[in-house]
Design a protein around this ligand. Structure first.
Ligand code: 4NP
Length: 154
């Protein structure tokens, strides 16, 4: 099972989603069966480490995002991944625009796909510290439901 998390810049929300999910999968002893990556719909932060505010907030909860590097989502991702999860509606429509016709991947909006509201993980980039905590809260909740669903399918 291969999961790709996607946001706009790949320096705030999707690296956080990847780091949290990686730790949940490791703790469940499923690293050989479930892999994950993250990407941005933009090319703005290719090769860059996650935003320092994102890294700091994640580190407080025990997630190390320092080894992650930004990359842009590409059409080939739809052949490589089973599940592609967009953080907001704009990410979703940007992904739909590059989705090949014969795409094998399931493409969905992350939170509603797992029964969580609201629909979007809000972009914390231009906001204050609270935004990063909210992103962590939402993504920890979603990660647990995602893992439970995959475990039930394995
Ligand atoms: P992300 O946040 O999509 O969660 O990584 C953003 C990061 C950078 C920018 C916007 C959103 N930016 O405008 O550079």
């Amino acid at each position: 099972m291969k999961v790709l998390f996607v946001c706009l810049g790949n320096i705030c929300r999707s690296p956080t989603a990847e780091g949290i999910f990686r730790q949940y999968v490791e703790k469940a002893g499923l690293s050989d069966k479930i892999t994950m990556d993250s990407a941005g719909t933009s090319d703005w932060h290719i090769g860059k480490t996650p935003d320092p505010r994102t890294q700091a907030a994640a580190a407080v909860r025990g997630y190390d995002l320092s080894t992650l590097r930004g990359r842009q989502a590409v059409p080939a991702d739809f052949a490589k991944f089973d599940l592609i999860l967009a953080m907001d509606n704009s990410n979703l429509s940007n992904l739909q625009a590059i989705q090949p016709a014969n795409s094998k991947a399931e493409l969905a909006l992350y939170l509603p796909r797992f029964g969580i509201s609201p629909d979007e993980v809000p972009d914390p980039y231009y906001g204050g510290e609270d935004g990063f905590e909210l992103v962590l809260d939402m993504l920890e909740q979603a990660s647990q439901v995602l893992l439970d669903e995959i475990k039930a399918r394995l």
